[in-house]
Design a protein around this ligand. Sequence first.
Ligand SMILES: Cc1cc2nc3c(=O)[nH]c(=O)nc-3n(C[C@H](O)[C@H](O)[C@H](O)COP(=O)(O)OP(=O)(O)OC[C@H]3O[C@@H](n4cnc5c(N)ncnc54)[C@H](O)[C@@H]3O)c2cc1C
Length: 339
Amino acid sequence: MHFHITPMKIYSDFSLKNHNTFGLDVKCSRFIAIEDETEVPEAIHQLSDQPFYVLGGGSNVLFTKDFEGTIVHMQTSGIAVVEENDLSVKVVAAAGESWENFVNYCVTHGFYGVENLIGIPGLVGSCPVQNIGAYGAEVKDVIDSVEGFYIADGQPFVMSNADCHFGYRNSIFKNELKNRCLITNVVFRLSKEEKYNLSYRALSEKLQDEPLSLKKVADTVSAIRKSKLPDVHELGSAGSFFKNPVVSQTTLDTLLQRFPDLVHYPANGGVKLAAGQLIDLCQWKGHRIGQVGTYPLQALVIVNYGGATGKDVVDFYSRIQADVYQKFGVKIEPEVNIL
Ligand SMILES: Cc1cc2nc3c(=O)[nH]c(=O)nc-3n(C[C@H](O)[C@H](O)[C@H](O)COP(=O)(O)OP(=O)(O)OC[C@H]3O[C@@H](n4cnc5c(N)ncnc54)[C@H](O)[C@@H]3O)c2cc1C
């Protein structure tokens, strides 16, 4: 048997402008593109002596400057059913697949569970990292396991859902394993039984009198998203820039005396506030300084109107953070990974 071995693609002094949805004009010293899982051990070997960062679609990162080190980019592909019964199906997807492809695959095949997450930019390999969520759904509810390699010793791992320590926009990959592993595949458990998650009011209202189908739900979510979020091909952003802060019931009670209209939801360990509303109440919605601003339709999104630098974005978000703290005594933290 003949194996055709092509050399792994490694580029020097590589522009990341098309690899971050903020559209920031930054570069890295070295860029390794992994097109096949068999290249992973060699790629990991290459990382031993330099700072590195694993990059997916770059839709949740802010490069504040050029990256002096190696960027590893998963470009593997493939989606396959690995197990099936009458009620559910187990599907494995390669880290380099686009999340959009994966959601479309599930919607087309009649697999329930990710339709509310349609339209989230990025790659499959990143979905467990911050436990992506939208419209009442979180990816943790359909992840069976995550496969990858530890960077320190090149050993493979399979992590069960419980091992991933999923939380709100959080997981082990943002904590103990932050920049310590390379996710290669994500295994999902999806339902074949018709069931929809309409817990999100804007969604249930829109679908009230409609015959439901996976496609209908996915299309409705897409339409709502389009009306609220900028298209990254038209306006650079990383989506919601801040996480919704979680405060204690006591803090909420005090705040409600001064701001009776504050939106709040129950959350693990307290009450979640809407960061977008806090920013809005500080008059930052649609505000622009130079080439950086908050999106006029959604204060939580910081946009690059063209030519902004990472430093401009940092200065801008720090001012928002300071104003929100001053008005509400609540610290809002970036959801975005800052490099
Ligand atoms: C317009 C817009 C809308 C958005 N809407 C939502 C939303 O509704 N809900 C939501 O949750 N998010 C949302 N996001 C944020 C973002 O799309 C998600 O966080 C997405 O999962 C990031 O995927 P990515 O491939 O671009 O990851 P990147 O930004 O490239 O990386 C994100 C993190 O994952 C790590 N990582 C990536 N790949 C791997 C790998 N193979 N192995 C190990 N670590 C890895 C990176 O090191 C980094 O820490 C939005 C972003 C934009 C721009």
